[in-house]
Write a protein that binds this ligand. Structure first.
Ligand code: GAL
Length: 630
C-alpha cells in the first residue's frame, strides 16, 4: 500500500473475484483478510473500489445449483474452471448474488476507505451475454410476451410466414440457435434485446443493495473495448460512473483485420483506439468516467503480446486525462506467478520488484500533480465537443446480424468516421440515440440502422451539419426494410430512397470526382432514387453522396484517405477550424489546454511557439505536449 501511494496511485480496486475466500462455504463468511487489506490501504491514504464477486461463483455453489451455468449455442454447458460461468437468466443465481452482495455490502459498506463499488466484472467478457439455457428460454418467452400484445403480432412483425416459422403461442418460441441455416434476423435481434435487458436487470439488483447498504458511494462497472453485445447506455443509466478496461496493444492484435495498422501501431496501439472508447464511455457515464484497467506491459490474451514502446504507458495516462477521465488505474499491481494470467505483466514483477512501467507511472503522477498546482484555470469537469457521433448498440448489433458483406464491419466503419474527425483536430462526443443534439455543429450517424421518428425529429430540430452513413435507417425495430424504403424515418431530412445495395470484395474499387477531390469507394454502395443531384457519379451511373440543405447522405464506404478528405469538407462546412494532424499525432482540448500525443515514428514540430506546460515544441515519438490556447 505504501509503495502504491508513493507511486502516486490513490485509488485501488480489490476483491472483484474473491467469492471463494469471502464465503468458503455456504453461510460461512470470512471477511478478516479483506478487512485487514482495506484498513492497510486506508492507512496508506488510498481510496478503495470494492468489486462484488459475482463474476466467479465458487465451486460449492455450482455443485449445489448446476443450473447457474450458462449454455452455449450448441447446447454445451459452459463449465466451471475459469470465470463468468453463469447465466444471467438463472433465478437461483440472482438469489445467490443478492445474498453475497448484501453480505459484502453490509459488512464493508460504511468503511471510510470505500468510495466506490464495482458491480461484477466485465459483463460479457468471453462471449457471456447470451446463454441458451432452459432458464433463458423461459425468460425469453416471457420477454417476448411483454413486448408483443399477441402471438399474431409477433409473427407478423418478425415476418414468420416466411419459411413457415409461425408460432401458435409464446411458449413455442425457441431460442435462436441450432437451426439448419440462417435464423430469422428479427428473432436474433429480439434475443439480443432480451439478453441486454437481462444484464440491465441483473446489474440493477446489485445496485439497489449497494445503494441501501453503502449510501453515498459511487457505483460503477468496468466495460470492455470493442464490445457491443449489450446496451451499455442502458446499464449506464443505473450507475454513477462508467469505467473501462483499456488494452491498446491487445485490442489491435486481437480485433483489427487491418494488417498495415497492425504493423504500424503494434507497440503504441492505434492512435484512435483508446480515444474512441474514452469518448464513448464519457457518454455512457453521462460525463463521469474512468479507466479502471490500463495495460502496463505485455498481456496474455491476444494472439501476440508485445511490450509497449517506451513512453506509451505515460502517454496513455495523459491521453485519458485529456479526454476527461477522473481516475486512471492499471491492471495489475503485481504480476501473478500462478494461474491463467501469469504471463500478464503488472507494475511489479512476481517477486515484488519494480517492473518497467512503474517508472513511467511515477513520472506521470508527479507531472500531473505539478500541473494541477500550476494551472490557474482548473480542467473543466464536463465539456461538450463540437462534433457528435450517434452510437447505437442496437443498430450495431442489427448490422452484425446481417452484415450482407463479409468485409462490411460496422465497428471498423464507425471508428473510421471517428478517425477522420480526429485527423482534422476536432474533438468528438460519442452519444446515445436519445441525446440532446441541438448544440452540436456536426452530427454523424454511423451505426444507427434503426432510426426512430424521435431521432429524426431531433436531427431536424438543430442546426448542425448532419452526415448520414450508408445503412442508417435501413431497418425497422423488428428488423424489416422500412415501408418507405431506407433510410426510413431519415427521409424527413432528405428526399432519397435506397432501391438497391451491393457489397463488394476488397479487390473491387470505384473512383469518383466530387468536392474537387478524387474519392475511392469500396466494400459497399447503394443505388439511390431521388430528384437530388448527386455530388458525383460513378462510371456505371450509381450516384455518390447526396446533399439536401445541411444534411448529407454518403451512400458508400470510402477508403481511409478518401473518408478523411470527405469528412474534412463536412467539418469545414460546419464552420469548425481544421487542424490537420499527421497520421500518428492527435490533439485534444480540455478547457484552455491542448494536449498533443505522438503515437507515430516522426518528430512533430508544433507551430506558432505555443506556451508549453509539459513537453517540447519538438514532440518526439511516444511524447506528450500540453500547451495553453493562445
Ligand atoms: C480484463 C479483466 C481482468 C483481467 C484483464 C487481463 O478483461 O477485467 O480481470 O483478466 O482483462 O488483461
Amino acid at each position: 500500500a505504501r509503495r502504491m501511494h508513493e507511486t502516486g496511485i490513490r485509488v485501488v480496486r480489490v476483491g472483484e473475484f474473491a467469492w471463494s475466500r469471502l464465503e468458503p462455504e455456504r453461510g460461512t463468511f470470512n471477511f478478516d483478510w479483506l478487512d485487514r487489506a482495506i484498513d492497510t490501504l486506508h492507512k496508506a491514504g488510498m481510496e478503495v473500489v470494492l468489486g462484488t464477486p459475482t463474476a466467479t461463483p465458487p465451486k460449492w455453489l455450482i455443485d449445489e445449483f448446476p443450473a447457474i451455468l450458462a449454455v452455449d449455442e450448441n447446447g454445451n454447458t459452459r463449465g466451471f474452471g475459469s470465470r463468468r460461468h453463469y447465466c444471467f437468466s438463472s433465478p437461483e443465481y440472482r438469489v445467490e448474488c443478492q445474498r453475497i452482495v448484501t453480505a459484502v455490502a453490509s459488512h464493508f459498506g460504511q468503511h471510510p476507505a470505500i468510495t466506490a463499488w464495482q458491480t461484477d466484472n466485465e459483463y460479457g467478457c468471453h462471449s457471456t451475454i447470451a446463454s441458451y439455457s432452459p432458464a433463458a428460454a423461459l425468460a425469453f418467452q416471457r420477454w417476448c410476451k411483454s413486448q408483443y400484445k399477441t402471438i399474431d403480432d409477433l409473427n407478423r412483425q418478425w415476418g414468420n410466414v416466411f419459411w413457415s416459422m409461425e408460432y401458435r403461442n409464446f411458449e413455442e418460441i425457441p431460442l435462436p440457435c441450432g437451426a439448419v441455416t440462417e435464423l430469422n434476423p428479427a428473432h436474433r435481434l429480439a434475443f439480443y434485446r432480451f439478453s441486454s435487458a437481462q444484464v440491465v436487470s441483473f446489474n440493477q439488483l446489485q445496485v439497489e443493495i449497494l445503494r441501501a447498504h453503502s449510501p453515498g458511494r459511487d457505483i460503477l462497472h468496468n466495460y470492455m473495448g470493442n464490445f457491443t453485445e449489450f446496451d451499455h447506455h442502458a446499464v449506464g443509466r443505473d450507475l454513477d460512473i462508467a469505467t473501462w478496461d483499456n488494452y491498446p496493444l491487445g485490442f489491435l492484435d486481437r480485433d483489427s483485420n487491418n494488417e498495415a495498422d497492425k504493423q504500424k501501431w503494434y507497440r503504441t496501439g492505434h492512435p484512435d483506439s483508446s480515444a474512441f472508447h474514452h469518448d464513448l464511455y464519457r457518454g455512457v457515464g453521462n460525463g463521469r468516467w474512468w479507466v479502471i484497467e490500463q495495460q502496463p506491459g505485455p498481456v496474455n490474451w491476444a494472439p501476440h503480446n508485445p511490450s509497449p514502446a517506451p513512453g506509451m504507458v505515460r502517454l496513455w495516462g495523459w491521453e485519458a486525462l485529456a479526454h476527461g477521465a477522473e481516475v486512471m488505474a492499471w491492471f495489475r499491481w503485481r504480476q501473478a506467478p500462478f494461474a491463467q494470467e501469469q504471463m500478464h505483466s503488472g507494475l511489479l514483477l512476481p517477486n515484488g520488484e519494480d517492473d518497467v512501467a512503474i517508472a513511467e507511472i511515477r513520472q506521470l503522477m508527479t507531472e500531473q500533480a505539478a500541473l494541477f498546482e500550476d494551472i490557474d484555470i482548473p480542467l473543466p469537469a464536463a465539456e461538450q465537443a463540437p462534433v457528435a457521433i450517434v452510437f447505437d448498440y442496437n443498430g450495431d448489433q442489427a448490422l452484425r446480424i446481417q452484415s450482407q458483406g463479409a468485409n462490411f464491419d460496422i465497428g471498423q466503419w464507425t471508428q473510421q468516421l471517428y478517425t477522420a474527425c480526429r485527423r482534422c483536430g476536432v474533438d468528438v462526443d460519442i452519444v446515445p440515440v436519445d441525446a440532446d443534439l441541438s448544440r452540436y455543429k456536426l452530427v454523424i450517424l454511423a451505426n444507427t440502422a434503426i432510426v426512430t421518428a424521435k431521432l429524426a425529429e431531433e436531427l431536424q430540430r438543430g442546426s448542425a451539419t448532419v452526415v448520414i452513413g450508408p445503412r442508417c435507417g435501413s431497418k425497422t425495430e423488428d428488423y424489416c426494410i422500412p415501408p418507405e424504403l431506407p433510410p426510413g424515418a431519415l427521409q424527413q431530412l432528405l428526399p432519397i430512397a435506397v432501391t438497391r445495395v451491393e457489397s463488394l470484395p476488397d479487390f473491387v474499387t470505384f473512383t469518383v470526382q466530387a468536392d474537387g477531390e478524387q474519392y475511392i469507394a469500396h466494400r459497399w454502395r447503394e443505388y439511390v432514387k431521388t430528384a437530388l443531384e448527386p455530388a458525383g457519379v460513378f462510371d456505371d451511373g450509381w450516384g455518390f453522396h447526396f446533399k439536401h440543405e445541411r444534411v448529407h447522405y454518403l451512400n458508400c464506404c470510402l477508403d481511409e484517405a478518401s473518408l478523411n478528405q470527405f469528412m474534412q469538407r463536412r467539418i469545414e462546412e460546419a464552420g469548425l477550424p481544421v487542424i490537420q494532424c499527421n497520421e500518428g499525432f492527435r490533439i485534444r482540448q480540455r478547457g484552455p489546454y491542448i494536449f498533443g500525443f505522438n503515437f507515430g515514428p516522426d518528430v512533430i514540430e508544433l507551430p506558432d511557439e505555443p506556451k508549453l506546460l509539459i513537453g517540447d515544441t519538438r514532440v518526439i515519438p511516444g511524447e506528450v505536449a500540453i500547451w495553453r490556447t493562445p
